[in-house]
Design a protein around this ligand. Structure first.
Ligand SMILES: Nc1ncnc2c1ncn2[C@@H]1O[C@H](COP(=O)(O)OP(=O)(O)O)[C@@H](O)[C@H]1O
Ligand SMILES: [Mg+2]
Length: 366
């Protein structure tokens, strides 16, 4: 958790939002929201389309004026400061390069706007292009570059004037999968080298899990959960988070007097001790990779949850195999396992036992 290690006592947050909201007529794009971003942190705003990610980004950048609330940058109130004075660099999904200008001139643009000396401009543009692997492309026009190269120009133009904070709104959204993976690695390396605070927007959960110090998962103009990738994946707060990040098996039931949760068909599931009182209704989740498939004969370890059922389908997705089973009490459960050869994969129609440890049962709030 580098964002916690690298700050000294008393260092103000890079960004501090208090009760920030935005409404357009009757539409609430963002409900009153509090959010702190640490110095040097890589924070990702993740969420489905329309959840308020761009609104939140634009409020911080100053492109949108808030309906309520206060924004501090490095401890200074900047709620009414014009965007240009905030020192925030932007990288956009559509690159927003100037088509008639060369790569060099596109990257030099923010420095010329700040009236820097020609020698300084040359040195800084060269360094920025070096960082994004585009030395030798100075004289090309944007149309002579691939999508990935154009986005590298967009990034170079952003880092060239060393903004304290960089915001990226779905910067890899227009690129194909392989290039996206490669650019993720490059952006992470750049973040490590520069130490700049980055706020990154994506609707792609894998990208968010891979890149972020913390993820701010948004839903319907509110923060659904803010935490490290591990926290969101292993300790989702509610059904929305559990279903948005990764795959999940959900169970509804009621606690009995033996510390287990009774579900459909009078079957029961072990829940972590101390979490729930007898008689309370619960929603719990188990990740598919925590579900083990065994033969019916195999004994169940003490404290494990076990349901019997029949394999419905298996799909081989490269390194992993996804298995769907119907349990005897009428539920559908997904399990994921490291792939083995076709011969040792579970066969549709076979009777199996599905087991998991009580520590892998996660109790959700709603
Ligand atoms: N200028 C605007 N006028 C009216 N409604 C808007 C405007 N901008 C955004 N919204 C609404 O606010 C909500 C959040 O939008 P946005 O922040 O763009 O979501 P996201 O970036 O997560 O897709 C959506 O319902 C959107 O329609
Ligand atoms: Mg958006």
């Amino acid at each position: 958790m580098r964002h916690l290690n690298c700050i000294g006592a008393g260092t103000p947050h890079a960004i501090d939002l208090k009760q920030i909201s935005k409404t357009y007529g009757t539409v609430t794009a963002l409900h009153p929201t509090d959010l702190d971003v640490e110095q040097g942190e890589f924070l990702t705003l993740l969420g489905p389309s329309g959840s308020g990610k761009t609104t939140l980004l634009n409020l911080i950048a100053g492109a949108t004026a808030p309906t309520t609330g206060v924004i501090h940058l490095d401890g200074r109130d900047i709620t009414r400061m014009p965007p240009r004075e905030r020192g925030i660099g932007m990288v956009f999904q559509n690159y927003a390069l100037m088509p008639h200008m060369t790569v060099f001139e596109n990257v030099a643009y923010p420095l010329r706007a700040r009236r820097q000396h020609t020698n300084v401009i040359h040195a800084k543009v060269t360094e920025a292009l070096e960082r994004v692997g585009l030395r030798g492309f100075e004289h090309r026009k944007p149309r002579q570059l691939s999508g990935g190269q154009q986005q590298r120009v967009g990034i170079a133009r952003c880092i060239v004037y060393s903004p304290a904070i960089i915001m990226m709104d779905e910067p890899l959204g227009a690129l194909d999968k392989n290039l996206r993976d490669q650019m993720q690695v490059e952006i992470k390396r750049l973040h490590k080298d520069l130490g700049t605070t980055i706020i990154y927007v994506t609707h792609d959960q894998e990208e968010a899990l891979n890149m972020s110090d913390r993820i701010c998962l948004m839903s319907m103009g509110k923060i659904a959960q803010l935490g490290t990738p591990d926290e969101l994946y292993f300790q989702p707060r509610n059904r929305f988070v559990a279903e948005f990040i990764g795959e999940s098996n959900l169970f509804i039931g009621r606690m009995n007097d033996g510390g287990r949760m009774v579900i459909a068909g009078n079957q029961s599931i072990a829940v972590p001790s101390g979490r729930c009182t007898q008689g309370s209704e619960l929603l719990v989740m188990v990740r598919p990779e925590k579900v083990r498939i065994s033969t019916i004969e195999e004994p169940v370890a003490n404290g494990d949850s076990a349901l019997t059922g029949e394999i419905v389908s298996t799909s081989f997705i490269g390194g992993m195999t996804r298995v769907t089973a119907h349990t005897d009490n009428g539920l559908t459960i997904t399990a994921k396992m490291v792939s083995s050869s076709a011969r040792s994969r579970p066969e549709p129609g076979s009777r199996v036992r599905l087991c998991w440890s009580s520590s892998d049962t996660v109790v959700l709030d709603e």
